[in-house]
Design a protein around this ligand. Structure first.
Ligand code: NAD
Length: 288
C-alpha cells in the first residue's frame, strides 16, 4: 500500500478562502475587519519566521495584524501591562503571545493574563478547560487543524483507536481532548511511556508531536492507519517530521507530509479563530 498524502496546504487554502469571504461580507455590511495583536519577545529566529508567516496570512484574508516586537530583556511588568492594554482595547479581537518566551518570563502567568475571549491560540486554562468539559470555546490551532484534516479525509472517529505521542500543553494534550471529543478511544504517550512501539502499533489514527526526527520507525505503523506528523525538525537545509515518512508511507492509508501537512493548518486555524473571536464579541457565530 502507498498512502494517500493529506495535502494540508490545499486544505488550509480552502479555509483561508472561506475566512476571506466571510470577512469581505462583514466589510460590505460596514463593519471593521477583525484584528489580531501578535506579541513577540526577543530574537528567537524561528519565532520571527512564524510571526512573519502569520502576518502575511492575516494580510491575505483581510485581518488587521499588529506585531508588538519587544526586546529580549522585557520585564514582567511591561509584558503584563501590554497584555492588559490589549485586553481592554475594543479594537483588538485576538491576542497571540508567540512562544517560547525568554527564560526570565513565566509563560503560564502571561497566558493566564490574556482575556480568554481574545485567546486565539486557545492556550488559556479557561479554553483548555472548556475543551476538556466538552463545551469548546477558542480551541488550540494545531489540534483543531488536525481534526479538520481528519474530517476532510472522511474519518468518523467512533470505534477508532487514536494514539497521540507527545503530551505538551501546546499540541499533545489538546489533541487528545479533541480526539476524545470527536469520539475516538485515546491513548496518550510521552517521554515516560514504556514500550512506545506497542502503543503505536495499535493506532488506527496516530498523531506524533514530539520534535525528534524520525522517532517513529515506519515499521511500527499499523497497516492502513492514518498518520499525522506534527514534528518540525530542521536537518541541514530541509525539514523532517517525527515519523520515518518513506517507510511509513508504504504501510499507512493516509499520511501528512512535512512540510505541507499540519503546519499550514495551524496558521489557517489562527485566522479562523481570530474571525470567530471577532464574531463572538459582536454576538455572531462562526461557520466552523
Ligand atoms: P514539547 O517539547 O513541548 O513536547 C514534546 C512532548 O514529547 C512532551 O510531552 C514529551 O513528553 C514527549 N516526548 C519527548 N520524548 C519522547 C519520546 N522519546 N517518546 C515519547 N514522547 C516523547 O513540543 P511541542 O511544542 O508539543 O512540539 C512538538 C513538535 O511539534 C515540535 O517539532 C514542534 O516544532 C512541532 N510543532 C509543529 C506545529 C505545526 O504547526 N506543525 C505546531 C506546534 C509544534
Amino acid at each position: 500500500m502507498t498512502a494517500t498524502l493529506i495535502d494540508g496546504k490545499a486544505i488550509a487554502q480552502e479555509i483561508e478562502s472561506s475566512v476571506r469571504e466571510r470577512i469581505e461580507q462583514l466589510r460590505t455590511e460596514g463593519r471593521r475587519a477583525p484584528s489580531l495583536a501578535v506579541i513577540r519577545i526577543g530574537d528567537h529566529a524561528p519565532s520571527g519566521i512564524y510571526v512573519e508567516n502569520k502576518r502575511k496570512a492575516c494580510q491575505r484574508v483581510g485581518i488587521d495584524a499588529t506585531i508588538h516586537a519587544l526586546p529580549e530583556d522585557t520585564t514582567d511588568v511591561a509584558l503584563t501591562s501590554l497584555i492588559r492594554d490589549l485586553n481592554q482595547d475594543n479594537g483588538v479581537d485576538g491576542i497571540l503571545l508567540q512562544l517560547p518566551l525568554p527564560a526570565s518570563l513565566q509563560e503560564t502567568a502571561f497566558i493566564e493574563t490574556i482575556n480568554p475571549s481574545k485567546d486565539v491560540d486557545g492556550s488559556h486554562p479557561m479554553n483548555l478547560g472548556r475543551l476538556a468539559a466538552r463545551t469548546p470555546g477558542l480551541r488550540p490551532c494545531t489540534s483543531r487543524g488536525i481534526i479538520h484534516l481528519l474530517k476532510w479525509i472522511g474519518e468518523t472517529f467512533y470505534g477508532r483507536h487514536a494514539v497521540v505521542v507527545g503530551a505538551s500543553n501546546l499540541v499533545g494534550r489538546p489533541m487528545s481532548l479533541e480526539l476524545l471529543l470527536a469520539g475516538a478511544t485515546v491513548t496518550i504517550c510521552h517521554r515516560f511511556t514504556h514500550d512506545l512501539e506497542s502503543h503505536v502499533r495499535r493506532a488506527d489514527i496516530l498523531v506524533v508531536a514530539v520534535g525528534r526526527p524520525r522517532l517513529i520507525p515506519g515499521d511500527w505503523i499499523r497497516p492502513g492507519a492514518t498518520v499525522i506528523d506534527v514534528g518540525i525538525n530542521r536537518e541541514k537545509d530541509h525539514l523532517v517530521g517525527d515519523v520515518d515518512f518513506e517507510r511509513a508511507r508504504e504501510r499507512a492509508q493516509f499520511i501528512t507530509p512535512v512540510p505541507g501537512g499540519v503546519g499550514p493548518m495551524t496558521v489557517a486555524m489562527l485566522l479562523d479563530n481570530t474571525l470567530e473571536a471577532a464574531l463572538a464579541r459582536s454576538g455572531r457565530v462562526s461557520a466552523y
